[in-house]
Design a protein around this ligand. Sequence first.
Ligand SMILES: Nc1ncnc2c1ncn2[C@@H]1O[C@H](COP(=O)(O)OP(=O)(O)OP(=O)(O)O)[C@@H](O)[C@H]1O
Ligand SMILES: [Mg+2]
Length: 499
Amino acid sequence: MTDQAVALRAQAITKSFGPVRALRGVELELRAGEVTALMGENGAGKSTLLKILGGDYQPDGGELSIGGEAVSFSGPADARDAGLRVIAQEPEIVPWVSVAENIYIGALGAGGFRRSRLERTATEELRRWGFDRVIDARTLGADLSPAQRQIVEIMRAVIARPKVICFDEPTSSLGDEEVTLLFALIRQLQEEGVAIGYVSHRMGEIFQLADRITVLRDGAYVGTKTVDETDHDELVRMMVGRDLTQFFHREPAAPGGVVLELDGVSNEFVQDISLSVRAGEVVGIAGLVGAGRSELMKTIAGDLPVDGGAIRVDGKARRFRSPRDSIRAGIGFAPEERKAEALLLERSVRDNAALAVLRSLSRWIFVKDSAETALAQGYVDSLRIRTPSTEQLVGRLSGGNQQKVVLARWLATAPRMLLLDEPTRGIDVGAKAEIYAIIDRLAHEGVAVIVVSSELPEVLGVSDRIYVMAHGRITGELPRAEATEESILALAMDEEVAA
Ligand SMILES: Nc1ncnc2c1ncn2[C@@H]1O[C@H](COP(=O)(O)OP(=O)(O)OP(=O)(O)O)[C@@H](O)[C@H]1O
Ligand SMILES: [Mg+2]
């Protein structure tokens, strides 16, 4: 795969947002029939580069060419006309029309189509890529899961048969089955000679998919390697600029008394959940997407009602009517859908970091600006949040850096119990290690922690004890010493409870 035709070349691309130099002289080459991965820490400039390729942003300098011809895009329509598609991470879906209409929006001429015909065409197209198994062309936009919305966005791109297609962390909202389908789709696109750009923080995916890897650091171009000539450690060094220990291993402290206890808790989403978490303990919850893990976290936090069973905190039965109640009881909850559920995009990093603290403190305690700033700055430093200052609006940060702000918020509340749903999703390899260390430190300070994670090495690395869920139930409990990827997967795929 060495002398494939270059489909897209970006040379010496620069882009600034006010004082932030997001890109400073970046190179990228995407070749027909190849997957080129784009890697780098949170805020390195990956999404900015893709937005330039997609015509959403205009570069300050540099050149773009497609098939050897110089191009410049004044908007997304130009990029599309040139045969280039970038899959948006948060696709815009029209809620009141069907999947079929959502897919063909934009592709439709003024005349429009009969709905039945559109649905048939969409179904055929979904079938061509195997997605008909996980999405129905007639479903309304409003009823789509995040994974299905992502699939609609991918379909919008592939129906145009583009020459170049770029994905920005496409798997972060997908479950295992959808990831398998996405990888199959990418292989098929590759065979058809499409040039593919692929942004991801997941090393496993990169080595599974990519032919070549381009690394950015702080908006600068570090280099490009073929998969055969590089390895995990070298890529980490290129991204982070230093060596990192590959696996985190927690030294558990002696756990204290039981902080949280669930006794046969049931509702629409989870059935008969019994579990306990002690002070100083990190309890992992593993399972496949759809197993009910996030719903369980929401139930504990008071975001979903409890229809049966009991939740006890420090031995006392509690009934939380909203997350505010659980925060008052000392429970912090960092949900999975951080952006939608947790961040004020139009407020500063400082305000966002201080928000949970303010809520957890009594109303009449006045938190001084300077204290807030110091607190926010501390987390900016320890989590390596890439922002020009704590006054920057959160909405202007890169995706991964927004995630870090949410985590900072909950870490800052110093809760007695912390529920973390996919705490490192979208977070780069360097900051992951920092987050594991913070979880470990909190546990040693006596905080009870629950970590939900789809990444098995992460669950195995941080947890003292692991519960596995399938179909809304707990299918097993494993002490860390007995837990392996195999033993967890066997429980996660437990078929008996399906009936
Ligand atoms: N609209 C904007 N206004 C101001 N700054 C921005 C804007 N968009 C991006 N930036 C900044 O540009 C830099 C690069 O951001 P970008 O989103 O490209 O990073 P990324 O590599 O995609 O990171 P992540 O892995 O977290 O998604 C960051 O410092 C970010 O805060
Ligand atoms: Mg990004």
